[in-house]
Design a binder for this molecule. Structure first.
Ligand code: PFF
Length: 451
């Protein structure tokens, strides 16, 4: 019989869970990554594929992952052991939990470096203000990423912040951090969209770049990038939402909360795109200029607008917090596992995992400057870890979660946990058993050139 409570505690309410899970979903993926990968992959068609993946693959798997977490009530590794015993299937399923734990560690190692860039921009905003000149803004970004010391300093600061929230545990740490921050970030994005509207012609160019699909712009790698991003942005496929689901009180509707979270996540990404692309076009910048995109565009807006100093500071502060609420969900699976299986206190588990992640992150920071020539499979450390996690580990993890929920678990247990009207259940069941796994599988075959 599944447990009814987690040893790590529970969210204090449905609302607290929604905030925390939205905090996990909304992060650098929406504001930093979505715009630059959309820029690199030609715009509208890429956005459509991404939206299709969120709907047909992401949402059904998110429901499955949360449901499995709440039924297992432990870290993903132990949840999968418990659920495979309950379903009388092979115990090896718990390796899926391991893959998730490893993916979380790898993602956080580079996520923290990028969150470090955002932290550095808080200080740039406070002390220097921003220039309205695109060349100067770019030079300032280039100067930051060329400096190993600055990158390592900010990465270290961000890791310390993350681990000190995680140490405090489910209610004390995780919940408190999100309550005010999420809504504020939303308001700031709306202000930026308002500014983007003042760019006249460029505003419409930006909208058309984002929303008029030209399918000749995308190839199989773009489709994989879009699908991988659907997993990344929703925080799926590695146990983050599973572990958050394990702290979810019984009786809260998983389907409804998931729809809300996925909706909010998608809206934030689209707003970020609408705020950024007009600036790209208004300043003659290159949409495909890569990971530096938001750092080379948004400061121009802050440099130009009235009150830009204040908005600039606020925006980067909120971006750092959005990153923080995602980071804590990236380490929670490994911390929960160490507490359960090694008997560590949360503090000890946080320190150990934090140090390991920090070390890998130093390699990522250096891959932007002195180690930029060091390649793994022809990619820098940053690109390698990003591709390995977002394009391989998360989709594979998500695929396995869909198979587990759709084919391995007993229907009555799933129904018990989801507690939704029969017709909706049948739709979900079809999506998770057939559509989502088939989509992931076909995209992989396509990328490998087999289909
Ligand atoms: N969803 C986060 C973002 O978009 O920034 C990143 C993330 C969180 C990825 C949790 C994976 C995860 F499990």
């Amino acid at each position: 019989m599944a447990k009814t409570k987690s040893i790590h505690g529970e969210w204090s309410s449905r609302f607290a869970y929604i905030l925390a899970a939205t905090g996990s979903a909304v992060g650098l993926g929406n504001i930093w990554k979505f715009p630059y990968i959309t820029g690199e992959n030609g715009g509208g068609a890429f956005v459509l594929v991404y939206l299709g993946c969120v709907l047909a693959v992401g949402i059904p798997i998110m429901i499955a992952e949360t449901m499995m977490g709440r039924r297992g009530r432990q870290s993903p590794i132990n949840t999968l052991s418990t659920l495979s015993t309950e379903a009388s299937v092979n115990k090896n399923w718990h390796y899926l939990g391991w893959m998730g734990v490893i993916a979380g560690v790898l993602i956080l190692s580079y996520y923290s470096v990028i969150a470090g860039w955002a932290s550095a921009y808080v200080f740039k905003a406070i002390f220097g203000g921003f220039s309205s000149d695109a060349m100067q803004v770019k030079a300032s970004f280039d100067e930051l990423i060329a400096s190993p010391l600055q990158l390592i300093f900010w990465h270290t600061a961000f890791m310390i912040a993350t681990m000190s929230v995680v140490m405090r545990g489910v209610r004390g740490g995780l919940e408190k951090a999100v309550q005010l921050l999420m809504p504020s970030l939303f308001v700031l994005l709306i202000i930026l969209v308002g500014y983007a509207m003042t760019t006249g012609e460029a505003y419409f160019q930006g909208l058309s770049f984002l929303f008029s699909p030209d399918f000749s712009e995308i190839d199989s790698d773009a489709v994989l990038t879009a699908m991988g991003h659907a997993f990344f942005t929703l925080g799926l496929g590695m146990g983050a939402i599973m572990v958050y689901g394990s702290y979810l009180p019984s009786g809260v509707s998983i389907a409804k909360t998931t729809l809300f979270i996925a909706g909010a996540d998608t809206i934030v990404a689209l707003l970020a795109g609408i705020a950024i692309f007009p600036l790209v076009f208004a300043n003659g910048l290159e949409p495909g200029s890569g990971p530096g995109l938001i750092f080379q565009t948004l400061p121009i807006a802050f440099g130009n607008m009235t009150g830009g100093w204040l908005f600039g500071v606020l925006f980067f502060v909120l971006l750092v917090f959005a990153a923080l609420t995602s980071s804590i969900s990236l380490v929670e699976p490994v911390v929960a596992w160490m507490v359960e299986n090694r008997g560590f206190t949360r503090v000890k588990a946080s320190v150990i995992s934090g140090i390991a992640i920090w070390v890998i992150g130093v390699g990522v920071a250096l891959s932007f400057n002195i180690w930029s020539e060091f390649k793994i499979f022809d990619k820098t450390i940053f690109n390698f870890l990003d591709d390995l996690t977002a394009k391989v580990m998360l989709p594979v993890g998500g695929f396995c979660i869909a198979i587990f929920a759709g084919w391995m678990m007993q229907q009555k247990h799933v129904k018990d946990e989801l507690d939704m009207p029969e017709q909706q259940y049948q739709i979900w069941k079809f999506l998770v058993s057939y559509v989502a796994p088939a989509a992931v599988f076909l995209v992989f075959l396509h990328v490998l050139g087999i289909f």
